[in-house]
Design a protein around this ligand. Structure first.
Ligand code: AHR
Length: 842
């Protein structure tokens, strides 16, 4: 129960995003206001702007209009034209007593209180058209605000009025505006309705939508001479330590809380059992307490002090999974004064006491010393425990107790869980982004992820609260991330905070709270230096200051870092721009070859998106990171999203995306919407450089965010249909896109847009790769005009993913097909088909 409550809190961001997203389904449930074509159009009308008390002001700024100032009609049903961006989703982001007034220099200003107390703090933004709003600014002190604004907010200059709509009394600002503004706002609402209708379309409703639809004939004719170069790193992965993806997940360590550094504050005090002793217990009369005097390292303050006789036990992450005959490295730091029983027995056992292996050693030093031995499991056990049996101890201190499988991915020490790492490698990702996500910029500036805290000997790394509501040991740190990238032949794409924390941050000591406070200016030089140090650590000579640290860890050769993300879907405020610009300019100056990836907010539109791109244009940022989690309908109806992008601007990294349905299940339906969109990304591979589905990993029972690509527990790895889509695209990437002309037997756009395709050429083996997605309830008879390709006579490989729309276990099947039989393909309803045909170089 405790955990459930905590998880709910930890996920407020996720829930709030989900609510924003799904509320579209009911916001628009009443008909659009239709203004009569018979009214004679006036020159001006009244616009009323207000916020409701409902949901404590989180519904944002709403509008009504009137010709006479007496009879009012709402514009839309609770369609917010701007919402407060301040503080946490769910609990904050309140707009109280908004007031609108003319802005110096043109347009309109809007100011509001962030809390019900009369003296602020205040937020401020502006618009020229009443639906596109500028950046939001925040003020704590009244003196910070423009004097006239203070008085406006405090009601002395501009009285708020009270109007009534359908018997509901509403308090807000009444303005006289031109009639064209009212008309545009109504149009804006109508358009929003139309989009909502399209984007909420679900394939599971196709029986009605496409009743009587006949199988479709489609002919694809490649325009061979018109091919274009596309990105060679389009499909990659996004790794974030969310859902226990790192500790208890990809990081192969089997001991939970090995360093006794868990803290109540990791879960912000919501779980009283989450503390330095979590996952540990004591049997017998022995005493076990946590001490911090003279620790092994100042960054690891706590250790276990044992006295008397007893058994100290660690339960791992809900049990330790061990495999028969596999070897496990046991290590710990110990110091102590031995009594009569000098021997310390260390064993792995089943929970009912069957010993799987046992060794003894003597902690013979009064000072901290590292002890190591190897245990071999004599049986497979999915939920074993590790035990330290001690007798007659006056004092024994233990810290950093580790049990690590030798059988890690590529046999790396302090490495990765083999099955999970193999599943990631099998995607053939061209890059790995890490460490987040929101984790990269943290919950408040004190929680920003500092890469340099995560390298070096384990005992010197700085563990910290994971903003997803648990603990990061950072045992999986920057060295391990880079090593993994190298091991799988993927570019490392680290993301550092842009000097501001997550836009879901809470207050954390600053009067204006999380996102709105950046790293103080006096600390920015140090922060920028830390970012520059990262580049030296990754690429510098082994004798350089930071290159030495990398070399000492076992990698004298550089890691060849090329890309670095600065910022993660941040709130694009003035505070952000100032800091981003400083970091960006410093990197450009010192490392002009490093490609900086900027950020354009958490949505595909809106203020952060617009303002993020403005900064990109201003600074000539080479790549911009976009994020959007949308409905399958959005992905189907927006396949032309990048067709419209200006090729002279920054390239795009679609850093986080996934199709979401109610219940957040990972079904074939969502996977096919993603597949259709991926063909559009390939078509736009000249401007879309990279894309990564998010999130990647989720541990059963510890999932804060769904859907994810891979679900796992201590023993099993379960791959979703979306995983297979990523894998099919990742393994069948190309660097040349061949445009296609398509003709259809059905002229309906609704039908045509549900058949998506792309053709690329892979220069590695000259293969022609044809990808076809059928998101229709009927078969598609696809005729492929292949004559102009210089094909080999060897058979093609055809991979197909299909099944029930609700399936969460659909897997692709693969077969070999003679080239002469490829011309006519029948694509089953709801399927992705990929044909890989060997060809000769031209
Ligand atoms: O992918 C999960 C989260 O979604 C990421 O941490 C964040 O960047 C986005 O909001």
């Amino acid at each position: 129960m405790e955990r459930a409550i905590f998880t709910l809190r930890a996920c407020s961001f996720f829930l709030a995003k989900a609510i924003c997203f799904f509320c579209l389904f009911w916001i628009f449930s009443t008909p659009a206001y239709a203004y009569s074509s018979t009214i004679s159009e006036p020159d001006s009308a009244y616009l009323f702007a207000y916020a409701k008390d409902k949901n404590a002001g989180r519904e944002g700024l709403l509008y009504a209009w009137s010709l006479d100032g007496k009879q009012w009609d709402a514009i839309g049903t609770e369609l917010a034209f701007v919402k407060s961006d301040y503080g946490r989703w769910g609990s904050e982001k309140r707009m109280i007593n908004p007031v609108l007034f003319p802005r110096n220099g043109g347009g309109w200003s809007c100011a509001w209180q962030l809390s019900p107390e009369n003296n602020g703090p205040y937020a401020y933004t502006f618009t020229t058209d009443f639906f596109n709003w500028g950046r939001q600014d925040y003020y704590v002190e009244l003196n910070d605000l423009d004097k006239s604004m203070v008085s406006l907010v405090n009601n002395s200059l501009l009285d708020r009025e009270i109007i009534s709509i359908n018997g509901e009394s509403l308090r807000g600002t009444k303005l006289k505006v031109t009639w064209s503004i009212i008309k545009e706002l109504i149009k804006h609402y109508d358009l929003a309705l139309l989009k909502q209708k399209q984007w909420s379309e679900r394939s599971v409703d196709d029986d009605v939508r496409f009743a009587g639809l006949k199988p479709l004939d489609v002919k694809l004719t490649p325009k061979i001479g018109q091919s274009k170069s596309i990105s060679d790193m389009l499909v990659g992965v996004f790794f974030e330590d969310i859902n226990y993806a790192a500790d208890g997940g990809l990081y192969a360590e089997l001991i939970q809380n090995r360093d006794f550094e868990y803290k109540l504050s990791d879960k912000q005090g919501h779980d009283k059992n989450w503390n330095e002793k979590t996952a540990w217990s004591m049997d017998g009369s022995g005493q076990f307490h946590i001490d911090s005097i003279n620790p092994i390292h100042p960054n690891n303050k706590h250790y276990a002090r044992l006295q008397g006789a007893g058994i100290l036990r660690n339960i791992g992450y809900d049990g330790i999974a061990l495999h028969k005959n596999e070897r496990y490295d046991l290590s710990f730091f110990g110091r102590g004064t031995a009594g009569k029983g000098r021997q310390l027995k260390i064993r792995i056992s089943t929970q009912d006491g069957k010993i799987l292996d046992e060794k003894s050693l003597v902690v013979d030093s009064k000072n901290w010393k590292k002890y190591q031995l190897v245990l071999t499991a004599n049986a497979t056990c999915k939920d074993a425990v590790l035990e330290f049996v001690f007798t007659d101890r006056q004092q024994l201190d233990l810290d950093l107790i580790s049990l690590f499988p030798q059988n890690t991915f590529k046999g790396r020490k302090n490495g990765l869980r083999k099955d999970l790492a193999e599943a990631i490698a099998a995607l053939n990702p061209r890059f790995v982004r890490f460490p987040g996500g929101c984790l990269a910029h943290g919950d408040g500036i004190d929680n920003i992820y500092h890469w340099s805290n995560t390298v070096g000997p384990l005992e010197s790394r700085v563990p910290q609260r994971n903003m997803w509501g648990y603990h990061q040991t950072v045992g999986l740190g920057y060295y391990e991330y880079f090593q993994f990238c190298e091991d799988i032949g993927a570019y490392a794409v680290p993301v550092v905070a842009a000097g501001v924390p997550c836009q879901n941050s809470g207050a954390h000591g600053h009067p204006l709270g999380g996102q709105q406070c950046g790293i103080p200016m006096e600390d920015m030089d140090d922060y920028i230096q830390e970012v520059l140090n990262l580049i030296e650590w990754a690429n510098g000579d082994k004798n350089s200051t930071w290159g030495k640290v990398r070399a000492a860890a076992g990698h004298p050769e550089p890691f060849h870092l090329k890309y670095i993300g600065v910022g993660n879907e941040d709130l694009i405020s003035n505070v952000f721009e100032e800091r981003f610009t400083m970091i960006y300019n410093a990197i450009r100056e010192k490392y002009p070859d490093i490609q900086v990836i900027g950020t354009a907010g958490p949505f595909f539109e809106g203020t952060d998106y617009v303002e993020g791109w403005k900064i990109a244009d201003k600074l000539s940022v080479p790549i911009m990171d976009e994020h959007y989690y949308q409905t399958p309908g959005w992905f189907i109806h927006n396949q032309d999203f990048y067709d419209k992008y200006d090729r002279n601007k920054a390239q795009v990294y679609l850093g986080e995306y996934a199709a979401h349905i109610e219940g957040r299940a990972s079904t074939l339906e969502v996977a096919l919407a993603e597949a259709a969109y991926l063909t559009a990304l390939e078509r736009n591979g000249d401007i879309v450089k990279m894309a990564s589905y998010a999130p990647l990993l989720a541990k059963d029972g510890y999932t804060q965010w769904r859907p994810d690509l891979i679900y796992f527990n201590n023993t099993d790895v379960n791959l979703t249909p979306s995983y297979y889509v990523q894998q099919l695209f990742g393994r069948n990437n190309g660097t040349e896109y061949v445009p296609v002309e398509a003709s259809y037997s059905n002229a309906a756009v609704e039908v045509q847009k549900r058949v998506a395709f792309s053709i690329v050429k892979d220069p590695k083996d000259q293969s022609i790769i044809i990808k076809m997605v059928n998101v229709l309830p009927v078969a598609v008879n696809m005729e492929l005009e292949l004559a102009k390709f210089n094909l080999e006579t060897e058979p093609a490989v055809v991979a197909q993913l299909t099944g029930e729309l609700k399936s969460t276990t659909a897997k692709p099947e693969q077969k070999s097909v003679p080239v002469e039989k490829l011309k006519n393909q029948q694509l089953p309803p709801y399927s992705l088909t990929i044909i890989r045909i060997p060809s000769r170089a031209k």
